[in-house]
Design a protein around this ligand. Structure first.
Ligand code: UDX
Length: 483
C-alpha cells in the first residue's frame, strides 16, 4: 500500500501501538537507539535528535566513540557535526558502547552497522549478526528493530531468528518485531536527504510495529521540524519486508544502470561525432526519462552502487536467473575506467614515463570517500603501465593501497610539468581552473575531462587539447546552431 502522509491517515492519530500484546508508547516521547555509528548511523542519530527524539548511539570502536561523544564525526559529511553538537548540547543525543544502556533507554532500535562486500557477491553480514545478538541479549522490554543496513533480501526473517535465539529466558519471543527501512542517503548530502526525503519505505509483517516506526518519522513525514518544508512532504510506502529490502537494491541498481546507459551512449557519440551532454539534456526533458543521473563520465563508484548491483545479481544467480542488465551495467562501468586510460595511451605515446596529473580522488565531490572510486582504478592502471602519476584532491590526501601515488597540495602545483591532466572528481574548485595558467605550467597539452565538467571552449582557447567522454571528435565551440 502506498499513501501520501496526511493528518487523516497519520498513524499517530490512532491509539498507541501494540506489538502482539505488548503496549508500545507513542514514539515521539520515547527513546531511539542507533546501533553502529558509520555514515548512515551517525546521520540517523544526529537527525533523529534534531527532530526532537532522545537518541542513544552505540559505537564499539573506542576511538570513534570518543570523537562522537565530543560532538564530531570521524568522516566528512556537510552539516553533520553541527547537528551532532546541537543534539549533544540539547541533552537529546548521547553515545555509548553499552548495549544494555542503549536497549534500556529505547523502544525503537535502528540497526545501521556496515555490510561490506562478501564472498560470491553477497554482502558480508558478520557485523549485523554480532549486533543482532547483542541486541537480543540486552532486550528486556518491547522493541521495534528497524533495519537500515543493506541486507540480502529475506534477511528480516533470519534476523528475527538470530535475535530470538539469544533473548533472556524471562522474555517472550514476541517482545520485538523487525521492520525494514532502507536508506537512500547520498554521501555529501546525507543530512538533507534524511530530513527531506522523497519517500520513506517501511516493510514489516506487524502493522503496529510499522506504525510505530512511521510515528518516529512523524516530524519528517509532515515536515514540522524546524527547517521543514511542509509543501514537500515525502511519500510513505508501507509493504512487506522482502519487498522493502528489494526496493533498496532495485533503486540503486536502476540508478547505476541509468549512468551506464548514458556512458554507452557517450561512446557511440564519440564515433558518430555527437555530443552526449546535449543528448542527455534533450532526452531528459521527457519526464518519463528525467535528466537526473544522466551525467556521462568515467562512471559510478562509491560504497553502494557496486556492492548493491553485485548483491542483486548474486541473488538472481542464486535462483537460477541470469541478471543480464545488471551484468551489463557493471561491465560498462568497468569499461569506462579502461576507456579513460586508453584515451591517455592514444595521446601520450608512450605512456611509460609520461607525467599524468589526476584531479580528484574521491568517488564524487564533497566527500573524502574513495571506496570503489574510479580514480583509484585509473591511478593503479597508469602506475602499472609505467606512467608517473600525481594527484590532488581537496579532501583525500593519500591512498594507502597506492603508496607510489604522489599527491600535491593544490591543483596548480599538481599540473607543473605534466604531460596530461585528467579530471576524475568534479569538485567545484576544480571545475573553474584558470586554463591559461594550467597551459603555462604543463609540459604537454592534453586535458582529459573524465566528468565532462570543464568548459571545452575555454580549455581549447588556452591552446590545450580537450578530450571529454562522449563529446564528439570536433571542437565544439559554437557548434549548436543558433536560430
Ligand atoms: C548512492 C545513492 O544515490 C543513494 O540513494 C544510496 O543510498 C547510496 O548510493 P552515493 O553513493 O552517496 O549514493 O552517491 P551518488 O550521488 O548516487 O553517486 C554515485 C556515483 O555515481 C558517483 O561516483 C557519481 O560520480 C556517479 N554519477 C552520478 C555519475 O557518474 N553520473 C550521474 O549522473 C550521477
Amino acid at each position: 500500500m502506498t499513501w501520501k502522509w496526511s493528518a487523516e491517515n497519520d498513524p499517530r492519530n490512532g491509539q498507541v501501538g501494540n506489538i502482539r500484546g505488548y503496549r508500545v508508547n507513542d514514539n515521539r516521547d520515547s527513546g531511539i537507539a542507533v546501533i553502529g555509528s558509520g555514515y548512515v548511523g551517525t546521520v540517523v542519530a544526529a537527525c533523529m535528535a534534531a527532530i526532537g527524539h532522545d537518541v542513544i548511539g552505540v559505537e564499539i570502536n573506542q576511538e570513534k566513540l570518543a570523537k562522537l561523544q565530543s560532538g564530531s564525526s570521524y568522516f566528512f559529511e556537510p552539516g553533520l557535526d553541527e547537528r551532532l553538537r546541537a543534539g549533544i548540547e540539547a541533552g537529546r543525543l548521547t553515545f555509548t558502547d553499552d548495549f544494555d544502556e542503549a536497549m534500556g533507554k529505547s523502544n525503537v532500535v535502528f540497526l545501521c552497522v556496515d555490510t561490506p562486500p562478501g564472498p560470491n557477491g553477497h554482502p558480508d553480514v558478520t557485523s549485523v549478526t554480532a549486533a543482532a545478538k547483542s541486541i537480543g541479549k540486552a532486550m528486556h522490554s518491547p522493541h521495534v528493530i528497524v533495519t537500515k543496513s543493506t541486507v540480502p533480501v529475506g534477511s528480516g526473517n533470519w534476523l528475527t531468528s538470530t535475535i530470538e535465539a539469544v533473548l533472556p529466558d524471562v522474555v517472550e519471543p514476541d517482545v520485538f518485531s523487525v521492520v525494514s527501512n532502507p536508506e537512500f542517503l547520498r554521501e555529501g548530502s546525507a543530512v538533507n536527504d534524511f530530513l527531506h526525503p522523497e519517500r520513506i519505505v517501511l516493510g514489516g509483517d506487524n502493522a503496529d510495529a510499522v506504525r510505530t516506526v512511521a510515528s518516529t518519522y512523524g516530524p519528517i513525514l509532515d515536515q514540522t521540524f524546524p527547517g521543514g518544508a511542509p509543501d514537500r512532504r515525502p511519500a510513505l510506502v508501507t509493504t512487506d519486508r522482502s519487498t522493502a529490502e528489494t526496493i533498496k537494491y532495485a533503486a540503486n541498481a536502476f540508478l547505476a544502470t541509468k549512468i551506464s546507459f548514458i556512458n554507452e551512449i557517450a561512446e557511440i557519440c564519440e564515433w558518430v561525432d555527437a555530443d552526449v551532454d546535449e543528448v542527455a539534456h534533450a532526452i531528459g526533458l521527457d519526464s518519463r526519462i528525467s535528466s537526473k543521473f544522466l551525467q556521462a563520465g568515467v562512471g559510478w563508484g562509491g560504497s553502494c552502487f557496486g556492492k548493491d548491483v553485485e548483491a542483486l545479481a548474486a541473488t538472481a544467480r542464486a535462483h537460477g536467473q541470469e541478471p543480464l542488465i545488471l551484468e551489463a551495467a557493471q561491465q560498462v562501468n568497468l569499461h569506462q575506467r579502461r576507456r579513460l586510460v586508453r584515451k591517455l595511451q592514444q595521446h601520450l605515446r608512450p605512456l611509460r614515463g609520461s607525467r599524468v596529473a589526476l584531479l580528484g580522488l574521491a568517488f564524487k565531490p564533497n566527500t573524502d570517500d574513495t571506496r570503489d572510486a574510479p580514480a583509484i582504478t585509473v591511478a593503479r592502471e597508469l602506475l602499472e603501465k609505467g606512467a608517473i602519476v600525481r594527484a590532488y584532491d581537496p579532501l583525500v590526501k593519500q591512498i594507502p593501497e597506492l603508496p607510489n601515488l604522489q599527491t600535491a597540495t593544490d591543483a596548480y602545483s599538481l599540473v607543473d610539468r605534466a604531460d596530461a591532466v585528467v579530471l576524475l572528481t568534479e569538485w567545484d574548485e576544480l571545475r573553474d581552473l584558470d586554463f591559461d595558467d594550467v597551459a603555462a605550467r604543463m609540459r604537454g597539452d592534453l586535458i582529459v575531462d573524465g566528468r565532462n565538467a570543464f568548459d571545452a571552449k575555454r580549455v581549447r582557447e588556452a591552446g590545450l587539447v580537450y578530450e571529454g567522454m562522449g563529446r564528439g571528435l570536433l571542437p565544439r565551440n559554437g557548434r549548436s546552431a543558433t536560430w
